[in-house]
Design a protein around this ligand. Structure first.
Ligand code: DGT
Ligand code: CA
Ligand code: CA
Ligand code: ZN
Length: 645
């Protein structure tokens, strides 16, 4: 079935072996699941599962295994299954009963397998007893209370199913940037290794560094004579769960986690955030997840035009096309074509008259524009800036000398103060801010005032030692204080006064979400007015693909912060760099910049690996037009210390 990854792959053109070990193992596993869905005998199910596991762990060449007859001698592969597999591998034909099994199982039942915590056995039972054969009909049955009375189910499992359905729907819609990039870059690498590929590049929203990705778009340059061979090679790459369509120049497919040579690892996430988006169920979805991809194959001379077109955004393209029209040119994925020459011709036929461009920069130059970096292609002023040569010089990861919001084992971090400092130094940073949770946040092991003061002593000792040793590194001591009722901070003023800074963050999300925008905005403003508040942490509390933030008028909050800054009091807004958050949203960065509110990109690291999330924050900051001087991360330790006084 298309879209679920449940399908018998097409044999590759050159065999035997006609299928990879992975493909055969996956197909065996799927047959086992289908048999279970149809209520087959457990021994039969198990024999397929065992065979799948065994083949999956083999390192030998499949073709040889069949040719030498060793496959038939393997323990656990019976005579029937052995000869079926021989036919598959040596002749490229799937057994007719497997094909029949795929064809006779309702698509909806396979779709239901995607619901976290729901396996084939229970799907089969619900199908038999209630006629449930799709996610939609399962939802209906659960909502009308028909699942709970079934033997072995109960009210709890019924409500868990509803949660799972909700989670699946949310998960299916789009994927986070970090996940999209992981798949996109792995796919790009695999395609680049195919013979005959002249160029390959990830385009679309992933190239524009959008916070979530709908599908991946890749553009491949290939000489006409290698076109077919390259297309076939792409179709037989590992990690392709399904092919949705393979036309002449466009291939649509579904990728799964077997594309990753090193396996798939879920991002660095702190347990509270993970719980907020579905906990273990979410991790399970993520590690078994898929993503759609579209690949375009074009000749090398067309490549820059196709790349620019499929990088988008649609809005940017429309503005570019209009600019071309104003110059008597037609801009599309095939070229930049003078109307006078192309006349009635369309597509590639018209493209033979295209102006020449070896790269994107030349396309922009033909339209009297400076090249626009992909992050900015959202039609929010970049074309005007490109015309007047006033595009921003965007911040880079190399500009980052430190960050202020990071955790240690004093609260819910995994690494000690020493390990965090050590890693920051190895990353080439000159300073690191430590801001552990405050006491009210019990779930995150918020530190007491006493422990916080002791941490301050330790930090001072280290700073002195580094200074004496002339090491260009220092720690700043802060706290991540919960914002309590009335916008109050979570420590007495005399404790806060010992710190270099305070990151004030909302954590009682459900309470804040239950209130209206006006109340939340006022409460945040009250907290910002507290003399100790330096940084507003993850300003909306959103978790991408997880939960919306609370209602708040961030324009008003930023304007209020601007007033403080105008009067010389530092009030910075965090761009939380965790790919689960990216909060401040990039759309608001430009606004903060315009108001003169400094942005601080913070990894909110809960482990040494978490520090690396800074790169996603930099991507979002770039997308939000921020330059070196707009972020506190670019300051030297001395300059920052002066700002924090
Ligand atoms: P996504 O996949 O929803 O995260 O976002 P994109 O931007 O990757 O969108 P997608 O995959 O639908 O299309 C890739 C690019 O192709 C898009 O950014 C711009 C271009 N494109 C697609 N459809 C149109 C269209 O109707 N008009 C124009 N001008 N460009 C389009
Ligand atoms: Ca896309
Ligand atoms: Ca697309
Ligand atoms: Zn934090």
């Amino acid at each position: 079935m298309a879209g679920t990854g449940f399908t018998l792959p097409k044999p590759r053109p050159s065999g035997p072996p006609y299928f990879s070990r992975n493909q055969v193992a996956t197909s065996l596993h799927q047959v086992a699941v289908l048999l279970e869905l149809q209520g087959a005998n457990v021994f039969r199910v198990r024999s397929y599962q065992n065979a799948s596991r065994m083949l999956g762990s083999l390192t030998e060449d499949l073709g040889e295994l069949v040719a030498t007859g060793r496959l038939l001698e393997m323990k656990g592969i019976g005579k029937g299954l052995g000869s079926a597999l021989t036919q598959v591998i040596a002749e490229g034909r799937w057994p007719s009963d497997w094909i029949e099994l795929h064809a006779s199982t309702p698509d909806g039942m396979i779709e239901m397998l995607g619901i976290p915590g729901l396996g084939p056995k229970r799907i089969k039972l619900m199908h038999q007893e209630l006629g449930v054969d799709s996610v939609a009909s399962l939802k209906e049955a659960a909502e009308s209370g028909k699942i709970a009375p079934m033997k072995g189910f109960g009210a709890k499992s019924q409500s868990r199913m509803l949660d799972g359905i909700e989670l699946l729907a949310r998960f299916r819609a789009r994927r986070r940037l970090d996940v999209g990039l992981m798949y996109g870059e792995a796919f790009e690498t695999r395609i680049s290794q195919i013979e005959g590929v002249e160029k390959v590049q990830l385009a679309g929203s992933a190239r524009r560094r959008k916070e979530t990705i709908g599908d991946l778009d890749l553009v491949v340059a290939v000489h006409a004579e290698h076109h077919e061979q390259v297309a076939n090679a792409i179709l037989s790459l590992p990690g392709i769960a399904d092919v949705k369509g393979a036309g002449d120049s466009k291939i649509s497919l579904i990728l799964d986690t077997s594309i990753f040579e090193e396996g798939f690892t879920v991002g660095h996430i702190d347990p509270n955030v993970l719980d907020a988006i579905g906990g273990d169920d979410y991790e399970q979805l993520e590690s078994g997840g898929t993503i759609d991809a579209q690949v375009r194959l074009v000749p090398l001379e067309v490549f820059p035009f196709t790349l620019a077109y499929f990088t988008g955004s649609k809005e940017h393209n429309i503005a570019m096309r209009q600019r071309a029209i104003d110059r008597g040119l037609r801009l599309n994925e095939f070229g930049l074509i003078p109307e006078a020459k192309a006349g009635e011709l369309k597509g590639m036929a018209a493209a033979q008259y295209s102006l020449h461009a070896t790269d994107e920069e030349e396309i922009y130059r033909h339209l009297d524009l400076a090249w626009v970096t992909p992050e900015l292609r959202e039609d929010t002023g970049e074309i005007t800036a490109a015309e007047s040569r006033s595009l921003p010089r965007l911040v880079t990861t190399a500009d980052v000398r430190g960050a202020l919001h990071n955790h240690t084992t004093l609260s819910d971090g995994e690494a000690s103060l020493e390990e965090m400092a050590d890693t920051a130094r190895k990353m080439g940073w000159n300073w690191l801010g430590i801001a552990d949770h405050s006491p009210t946040l019990k779930v995150a092991n918020g530190a007491s005032a006493e422990d916080l003061l002791a941490q301050g002593e330790t930090i001072r000792t280290y700073n002195e030692a580094w200074k004496n040793d002339q090491v260009d590194f220092r720690l700043f001591h802060g706290v991540e204080s919960d914002i309590l009722s009335g916008g109050k901070l979570d420590h007495p003023d005399d404790v806060l006064a010992t710190l270099d800074y305070t990151v004030a963050s909302v954590h009682a999300i459900s309470k804040w979400r239950a209130r209206d925008e006006l109340e939340n905005t006022e409460e945040l403003i009250r907290c910002i007015d507290h003399p100790a508040t330096t940084v507003l942490g993850h300003p909306t509390g959103r978790i991408l693909q997880g939960r919306d933030g609370y209602e708040v008028d961030l324009f008003a909050v930023l304007e209020h912060m601007a007033e403080h800054n105008d009067e010389g009091r530092l009030k910075a807004v965090e761009l939380n760099a965790s790919p689960y958050r990216l909060d401040l949203d990039w759309r608001l960065c430009k606004h903060a910049k315009g108001l003169g509110v400094p942005v601080i990109i913070n990894p909110d690291a809960h482990s040494v690996r978490g520090l690396a999330d800074i790169s996603y924050g930099v991507m979002a900051a770039r997308k939000g037009w921020l330059e070196h001087d707009d972020v506190l991360n670019g300051l030297s330790a001395e300059a920052l210390a002066a700002r924090l006084l």
